[in-house]
Design a protein around this ligand. Structure first.
Ligand code: AMP
Ligand code: MG
Length: 400
């Protein structure tokens, strides 16, 4: 039976994938190594931030009520070197940015507003109490939630955790992903190409994509289109958290992936999504292992990654918003719509009046990975008649 079943919509297919992607168990991760990881539990600040009232400027700590005036400089405070006594009325202490504002002081006069002579400073201006003082706990209070469970840690989050005194965090373990390339025609880059052969590009491409989604990737293949090779390689892949195969899921006589997967006990959840490119996508599972059979055409598999596999990997790590996260922009030029299938069109973004303008690229066929390499966006063109005119507002996915 070579006919495809009715195609699922992108949303239905995604819902089925996410329904099976249950969070993996958590492990402790040093904050310095936690970039791209996903928090398994909310994290609270260990200390007030800032931990003490500190100066926002290089200048002099004073009592606002003493200004304007001429004040003796009784101590010189640096960051990490606080004063050894409180500030008394009528006194000033030199202070650096980040220095602890001494007890008794309630403002910092910036150095630019001060004339210093003979260990005394003259200040002509007034200051309000609190000026240039960062209050203790003004950023976050000890015990307050700093980051919620399900947060994907980026640079700012790693910085906030470290600042708040957090050394280790609980994150879902990284999903183990096997990327399996199938195709008798495939050769590794660097080898000589024989007649009818091409370089294998999906393996490296998929591995690169999954690593940015937090996965630990093992690559297998390329393997030839014979049953025994498929059996061995697919069985190995089924030991991972996620098995992603490339190629061999269409209707040709050498497309073996789905049949061998079924023999190995994997249950197919769906095959075929109403999307262009990427229609012959298979998804299923065996026990806790998720299985994606991606089409071999490189651009098809790239699209399937962004629509389904990346969200699955993030959901396995418990991400609050596994995506795909669409952004909004405007078409720079008109695009014809496909009557039956939603389409993801490779495009380049440019800035237009504060809004992303999306310029569709020429060469949209699903084998054209070199053309796709110029794209930084996938524009979603909903199925329908006619065309989307230039200037139309569209949703798009950013390509990393
Ligand atoms: P398939 O899905 O196996 O029918 O393959 C569809 C097209 O994608 C064919 O032109 C294949 O040669 C090509 N293809 C399959 N796998 C890869 C791969 N790993 N790298 C590059 N091209 C591939
Ligand atoms: Mg093939």
């Amino acid at each position: 039976m070579r006919l495809m079943p009715p195609l699922l919509s992108i949303d239905d297919a995604l819902a089925r994938v996410l329904a099976r992607a249950r969070p993996l168990e958590a492990e402790s991760v040093p904050v310095a190594a936690a970039a791209r990881r996903v928090l398994s539990e909310a994290v609270s600040a260990r200390v007030d931030l800032p931990p003490f009232a500190s100066s926002a400027m290089d200048g002099f700590a004073v009592r606002a009520a003493d200004l304007p005036g001429r004040l003796p400089v009784v101590f010189r405070i640096a960051a990490g070197l606080p004063a050894d006594r409180p500030l008394a009325p009528g006194e000033a202490m030199e202070i650096s940015t980040g220095g602890a504002v001494p007890e008794g002081a309630d403002a910092v006069v910036p150095i630019e507003l001060v004339v210093e002579k003979d260990n005394k400073i003259e200040i002509a201006d007034r200051l309000s109490a609190g000026a240039h003082v960062r209050s203790a706990g003004g950023d976050v209070r000890a015990g307050d939630v700093l980051l919620e469970a399900g947060t994907v840690l980026g640079a700012a989050q790693v910085g906030a955790l470290a600042a708040a005194g957090v050394a280790d965090v609980l994150c879902a373990r990284r999903p183990a992903v096997v990327v399996l390339s199938t195709g008798t025609e495939l050769r590794a880059p660097g080898a000589e190409l024989g007649p009818g052969q091409i370089y294998e590009s999906n393996g490296p491409m998929l591995a690169a994509a999954f690593e940015t989604a937090g996965a630990l990737v093992e690559r297998i293949g390329p393997i030839p289109d014979d049953e025994e090779s498929h059996r061995v390689a697919l069985e190995r892949g089924l030991a991972a958290d996620v098995l992603v195969s490339s190629g061999g899921v269409s209707v040709g006589p050498h497309d073996l992936v789905r049949r061998i997967l079924a023999e190995l006990g994997a249950e197919e959840d769906f095959w075929g999504v109403a999307v262009r490119p990427g229609k012959p996508l298979a998804f299923g599972s065996r026990d806790a292992t998720l299985v994606f059979g991606l089409p071999g055409n490189p651009v098809s598999s790239l699209v399937a990654v962004e629509l389904f596999v990346r969200p699955a990997l993030l959901a396995l790590q418990g991400a609050m918003r596994p995506g795909p996260l669409y952004e909004s922009g405007r078409l720079a030029s008109a695009l014809a719509r496909n009557a039956a299938r939603d389409e993801l069109v490779r495009a380049r973004t440019r800035d237009g009046a504060g809004e992303a303008m999306l310029e569709p690229l020429t060469g949209q066929e699903s084998h054209m990975i070199a053309r796709a390499a110029a794209a930084d966006a996938l524009v979603l063109v909903p199925a329908g008649g006619g065309e989307l005119p230039a200037g139309e507002r569209v949703r798009y996915l950013r390509l990393g």
